[in-house]
Design a protein around this ligand. Sequence first.
Ligand code: NI
Length: 152
Amino acid sequence: MVYVTRKSHFSASHRLFNPEWNDSRNDEIFDKCNNPRGHGHNYVLEVTVAGQPDQETGYVIDLKKLRDILEEEIIEKVDHKHLNYDVDFLQGIIPTAENVAVMFWQIIERKLPSGKLHSVKLFESDNNFVEYFGDPVKIKRFAVSHETAEMV
Ligand code: NI
């Protein structure tokens, strides 16, 4: 197996809160990340595809194709957006790096023309990142309330 990685960047805002909790509980758990109007990150996304190099091309996956998939399916949808409100596939999900990485995985995996998705690594900062390898995980999707929708 050879592992091929494409690195991409996007900037987005988010707010971490659980809509089923009251303000004090959200403040206690999420602290500054619960700032009502959100806060931003310059995210770095690293997507790794594993496979055998093709005998004719030498490619596991054509990195131009992987770049285009990431641009069209992920970056265009999240760059300069508010992850809580602007992104269809994140509606109702607490947009932690963990949850966002898993949702990215689900989208990217379906689009890969060759190779096998090995990992999705998402940096929120130089020091904080998460990595997902596709094991089954449960992510809660909350009902999107009218009140939340009006905050947009
Ligand atoms: Ni944050």
